[in-house]
Ligand binder design. Structure first.
Ligand code: ADP
Length: 485
């Protein structure tokens, strides 16, 4: 039997331990999907042991303690081990992680301290376990310092000499904070091809040092090499074009399964789409909207920030307020946007804004709303449109990144129409008028039961499972490791 490929993946969040957004979905479900492949992959996940992590129902074994070098004296790290869906998970505790009031804090320098500590501690852990990874797989800026550290110690450090690196970009413009790097022994990369302003920032340092880079959809992989989406790094990224690929995220089809969803009043499958009506009635009841199931119910489930185009919602919904619909908007984030949505709730009686993070309500919106609005300015992959389609909730989304890659537009009225393949509605411009037009088109098709059912069924038939994407990650790991195996 060949030796299994050893992969250490590190992330700031991972389901089911801790989740804020899509990164948590991906870092939680990809390792399990890799373990399910027929090829042997020994992938292990390292995660910060935030005080918020609810350890029930896991058995946590204290594994070891060690120190991470720091300018002001070494910082102790304590590691606990557990297993989730066949994947060994290491939870790393230490001063800056323990002192963390939120996963992502408003204080950038504390984020920098916490995530740099975590990144380097994860590498130290591998060394203390004498477990040599073939690949270290980091996600976003938070764990990029690990990639840079491996680059700095290349050919000096016998232990990691055969370790290659992959950096997955879930959200390019979040470049990270540099304040903690030098105290952890990570100097600016002054001789690198990075632009001057980026030579001391975690994500650019990771992008410069990683053997391979991927983003979470093909569309976004192309977009980050353009001035519009490249966050100032597009010339640098174009020069690395050969090493950049896109692998679409999957969704966890066990968590997101309308047929066995414990949060739905009435679970259903593709042959029982009529059951959604009962879910819709319950949902209207739950959020305090008028119980009129004939009227289309619009939903959104989103972090509230400009990336998500949430600022387009009030204008667009006001523009279509003469049409019959009701809406439930679920989200938290930017206080200004929270206020705008609350204002909409106060002025349009058909709107309810629920300003919270509520995982269970999210399930009921996917399972009860008729359509989901996703007006993102940019969207590296996006999970909500895939989850929505799996639940027969039709997405109305901006044509960008992963949204464009996964939704087939209805365009029922044009000669190049693809209504027979379509799964949703796409619009191009970042403007309330364009979103309003997308909503109008969807409301129009909603009137025609057969066309609407077709849209729902085609969406529910799409395969958004992790299997295909996990195979692509495995190939990428094998390529990274090829020169040394
Ligand atoms: P991002 O990672 O950019 O926030 P994604 O579409 O990739 O966006 O993933 C969002 C994930 O977070 C989905 O699983 C979605 O259901 C969930 N989510 C977002 N906002 C909320 C909320 N307010 N309450 C519950 N779940 C939410």
């Amino acid at each position: 039997m060949p030796e299994p490929l050893r992969v250490l993946t590190l992330a700031a969040e991972a389901e089911p331990f801790i989740k804020v957004g899509g990164l948590g979905d991906v870092a939680g479900s990809l390792p399990a999907a890799l373990r399910r492949l027929p090829e042997a992959v020994d992938i292990r996940l390292a995660l910060p042991f935030y005080p918020q992590i609810d350890t029930f129902p896991y058995t946590l074994e204290p594994l070891l303690t060690f120190r991470v070098p720091h300018e002001q004296g070494p910082i102790p790290c304590e590691v606990f081990q557990t297993t989730e869906k066949g994947v060994v998970v290491y939870l790393l505790k230490g001063g800056p992680i323990h002192a963390s009031p939120a996963i992502y804090e408003r204080d950038d320098s504390h984020n920098s301290f916490k995530f740099t500590f975590f990144s380097l501690a994860a590498l130290e852990l591998a060394r203390h376990l004498n477990w040599q990874p073939h690949v270290v797989h980091a996600h976003d800026w938070h764990t990029s310092p690990a990639v840079y550290k491996l680059h700095l110690t290349e050919n000096q450090d016998g232990f990691f000499d055969n370790t290659g690196t992959l950096l997955t970009v879930h959200n390019l413009p979040y470049l990270g904070d540099s304040s903690a790097l030098s105290d952890f022994g990570l100097p600016p990369a002054e001789d690198s091809p990075l632009p001057d302003w980026a030579q001391n920032l975690p994500l650019p340092l990771g992008l410069f040092s990683a053997d391979k880079i991927n983003t979470v959809s093909d569309g976004y992989a192309k977009e980050i090499m353009t001035p519009e989406y490249g966050a100032g790094l597009d010339p640098f990224l174009r020069a690395r074009r050969e090493d950049i690929t896109g692998i679409l995220n999957g969704i966890d089809t066990q968590t997101w399964d309308p047929e066995h969803d414990v949060y739905l009043p009435l679970p259903y499958d593709i042959d029982q789409i009529h059951r959604r009506r009962k879910n819709k009635i319950q949902l209207l009841h739950e959020v305090g909207l008028g119980i009129n199931p004939e009227i289309p119910l619009i939903g959104t489930i989103s972090r509230l920030n400009r990336q998500k185009g949430v600022d387009l919602l009030p204008g667009a919904l006001r523009l279509v307020s003469d049409l019959p619909w009701q809406a439930i908007l679920l989200g938290t984030g930017d206080p200004g946007l929270e206020r705008e949505l609350q204002g909409l709730d106060g002025t349009l009686p058909q709107v309810r804004a629920n300003i919270s993070y509520d995982g269970e309500l999210a399930h009921r919106i996917y399972g009860g709303a008729d359509m989901l609005l996703i007006p993102s300015r940019y969207e590296p992959c996006g999970l909500t449109q895939m989850i929505a389609m799996r639940y027969g909730c039709v997405p109305v989304a901006r044509a960008t990144g992963g949204l464009r890659d996964t939704i087939i537009d209805y365009h029922g009225e044009t000669p190049q129409s693809r209504p027979r393949a379509s799964t949703g509605f796409l619009f191009d411009r970042i403007h309330p008028n364009a979103l309003a037009e997308g909503i109008r088109r969807a409301l129009d098709v909603y009137e025609d039961d057969r066309s609407w059912l077709g849209l729902q069924q085609r969406g529910m038939k799409m395969d958004f499972s992790w299997t295909r994407s996990a195979e692509k990650y495995l190939k990428l790991y094998q390529e990274i490791n090829a020169p040394t195996r």
